[in-house]
Design a protein around this ligand. Structure first.
Ligand code: GAL
Length: 690
């Protein structure tokens, strides 16, 4: 493959990045403009001690790079780029437009985003822009052009970081206009919009395009189809801005990766659409050390990142060495937790460990957010852990580019997230992410690797597909699921799946409208349980008992077998959980939020029937993942418990960090990590197992 062709492939851009960095990327956001010049020399010296090979520059530096309209000052950035280059530290250079400068806001106050209630955000924080504002767009793209021109040939430049955590939504006049244009492109004629939005309900018909605008705060509850389209529009409009910058930077540097950073459980942007436009998914992750099982939600987000670009390695773009400054109580991480969290990301496919930020700020909003170098300076536990981790990661360079194929797919769709949580539904506390997490957790606990997919994904490589509250299903999405089961696939669907179509209109004839046939069951009425804590009993077909809370349905089995029935409450005697043979496959329906033990049992029956087995049997809280590729196989074993754990690693392999041979039962310290490079025998077995 010629270098020109290979450069156009994201995987190759990533591969070259890691070759250039000598393996895993290690470092973080670096804001030298916040510090006097003499600190810079200490910074690079300490970065060398820590094994830092990549820093992100200029994320919030617009006001320093363009000091007045059209007056650019790149001198300080040139200087620091040269200094980093001289010390063999690569640069992930950010376009700084997450923070339009004060002079630009003074010139165009309507760049500031407008809230749904019509009030305007003030200057003084960040992300204070309406992405549809023409001057914001023009000035931010001009800056990308300048930076592309100036730094394309700079030897320190390794990758680009566009904006920062795209997300601000506006309901102002610029958003109104852009939304209208987006709708005109989608619906072409107004009558189709009226139909799709059910505007005859509550007399909301539009008779001219000029009447259509962003769904600002209405008198009472507002139209859910219009709001769903607004979610789609805001994600698309921000993505358009990202793509415009990316295209400029790509023109200057065709071989360098270009990304923007994603957030944990972030609802506003459809990351499937975004990741398709990037060279890698990149995540900012801040698990709360106060939560004993924060690593499970982190795991879900890591698997999502791994899945967004079909298993390709992804990047931890930001994490904290210790405390953050965004919660009511900002607890520091206990010794070893930062290292463990870093290895967890690597185990789940990350090829970079970057922090926000290099040096803890002495002023500004996030002055208490930890850094790699904290207020006390380098003579700290945290900096020692940072240095130790940096040195360890150097030994793991060969893991970059390896992947973790999975046999289980969990559907995760932003359209479902948006449409499920619009209110005026049977429960006001519906929480899509929690529904997904609930069905993800048993796989995590059992050490079964899960891919996330959307409803347009090819399902043929999976033995089991899970639909957690997959509320919105298009006709094509529903057909794909039906074909998958008919062809021999195993399916588990939970309540609130298949309820509405692409316009957010209910599918008639009984719930779950789009899945009745494949599930061989239908519900005539939803019965959310009124009070928190209210539960009903279930009796299982094999004589067992279980319970359900939160959600139940008046379900009828048509062709399905009944796995469990309601045994108390108004639905006593009706089916609660069903299993249907459909074509060559099987489809299970959970019409209720069943208790955790029963859920685990139902899922383990499903994954066993689908021929899936864990990567390794391990005690609860011990996470095991395998990464393979380039003729190598790594088994990563992570003890998330606060007590030591014993794990049988079987034939084991070579400890990548110590070089020792490891077999049989090993004891992992609390928060301990084991990275084993397996022998060719295990590689072959692992590949056959898949
Ligand atoms: C991220 C953001 C960083 C920093 C960090 C710590 O969301 O991108 O700039 O603010 O959080 O709070």
């Amino acid at each position: 493959m010629t270098s020109e062709r290979s450069a156009s492939i994201p995987e190759h851009r990533l591969k070259r990045l890691h070759e250039r960095l000598g393996g895993i990327a290690y470092g973080g956001d670096y804001n030298p403009e916040q510090w006097p010049r003499e600190v810079w020399d200490e910074d690079v010296r300490l970065m060398k001690d820590a094994g830092v090979n990549l820093v992100t520059l200029a994320v919030f530096s617009w006001s320093r790079l363009e000091t007045a309209d059209g007056v650019y000052d790149f001198g300080w950035l040139d200087h620091i780029m040269d200094l980093l280059q001289a010390n063999d530290i690569g640069v992930d250079l950010a376009t700084p437009d997450a923070v339009p400068p004060a002079w630009l806001i003074a010139q165009y106050p309507d760049i500031l985003p407008v809230r749904a209630d019509g009030s305007t955000f003030g200057f003084g924080s960040r992300q204070h822009f309406d992405v549809s504002h023409p001057a914001y767009r023009q000035k931010s793209l001009a800056m990308a052009e300048k930076m592309g021109e100036r730094y394309a040939a700079h030897p320190a430049l390794c990758m680009w970081h566009v904006n920062n955590e795209y997300g601000p939504v506006s309901y102002g006049p610029h958003a109104d206009r852009a939304f209208r244009e987006w709708l005109q492109a989608k619906y072409r004629n107004l009558e189709d919009l009226n139909q799709a939005w059910s505007t005859d309900v509550w007399g909301q018909r539009y008779s001219d395009w000029s009447q259509v605008n962003a769904p600002a705060q209405p008198r009472t509850w507002s139209n859910p189809s219009r709001r769903l389209d607004y979610h789609r529009f805001t994600s698309d409009s921000m993505l358009e801005h990202y793509k415009a910058e990316r295209d400029i930077l790509r023109r200057h540097t065709p071989d360098l990766p270009i990304v923007t950073n994603f957030m944990r459980f972030y609802k506003n942007n459809d990351y499937w659409a975004w990741a398709a436009e990037e060279d890698a998914a990149a995540l900012d992750i801040y698990p709360d050390p106060r939560e004993a099982d924060a690593h499970v939600a982190a795991a879900l987000n890591f698997d999502l990142m791994r899945s967004l670009r079909k298993g390709q390695p992804w990047l931890v773009m930001e994490q904290a060495t210790g405390a953050v400054s965004q919660w009511s109580v900002n607890v520091s991480k206990p010794p070893g937790k930062m290292r463990l969290g870093s290895y967890q990301a690597i185990a789940q496919g990350a090829d970079s460990i970057l922090f926000f930020q290099w040096r803890q700020a002495r002023g500004g909003t996030e002055r208490f957010h930890s850094g790699m170098v904290n207020h006390a300076g380098p003579n700290t536990r945290v900096f020692r852990e940072v240095c130790d981790l940096g040195q360890e990661l150097k030994k793991l360079g060969a893991i970059t580019g390896t992947t973790s194929p999975a046999k289980v797919a969990l559907v995760f769709v932003w359209d479902c997230w948006w449409s499920l949580e619009l209110g005026n539904s049977p429960r006001s506390d519906l929480n899509y992410a929690q529904e997904v997490l609930r069905l993800y957790r048993p796989f995590f606990d059992a050490n079964i690797t899960v891919d996330f997919v959307n409803t347009t994904s090819d399902l043929s490589q999976y033995s089991l597909v899970v639909l957690p509250a997959t509320y919105l299903l298009t006709d094509q999405g529903a057909q794909r699921i039906e074909d998958y089961v008919a062809g021999g696939g195993h399916l588990v669907a939970s309540y609130l799946s298949g309820i509405v179509d692409q316009d957010n209109s209910i599918r008639l004839g009984g719930y779950p409208g789009a899945l009745r046939k494949v599930l061989g069951a239908w519900s005539e009425e939803m019965h959310p349980l009124a009070d928190a804590g209210e539960a009903v009993k279930l009796s299982t077909a094999d004589g067992g008992t279980a319970s359900a809370d939160y959600w139940t349905e008046h379900l009828h089995a048509t062709t399905a077998d009944v796995v469990a029935r309601y045994a108390s409450g108004r639905l006593a005697g009706s089916p609660a959980v069903t299993r249907n043979r459909f074509g060559r496959g099987t489809a299970v329906y959970l019409s209720a939020r069943v208790d955790g033990t029963f859920l685990e049992e139902l899922l383990s029956v499903a994954w066993t029937a689908a021929g899936i087995r864990p990567d390794l049997e391990a005690p609860l809280g011990v996470q095991v993942r395998r990464r393979t590729g380039h003729g190598r196989s790594y088994l990563l074993v992570l003890n998330h418990n606060d007590a030591p754990a014993r794990v049988d690693v079987g034939a084991g392999g070579t400890d990548s960090l110590t070089g020792a041979a490891v077999t049989g039962t090993v004891e992992l310290a609390a928060n301990g990590v084991l990275v084993l490079e397996e022998t060719s025998l295990e590689i072959a077995a692992a590949e056959i197992g898949r």
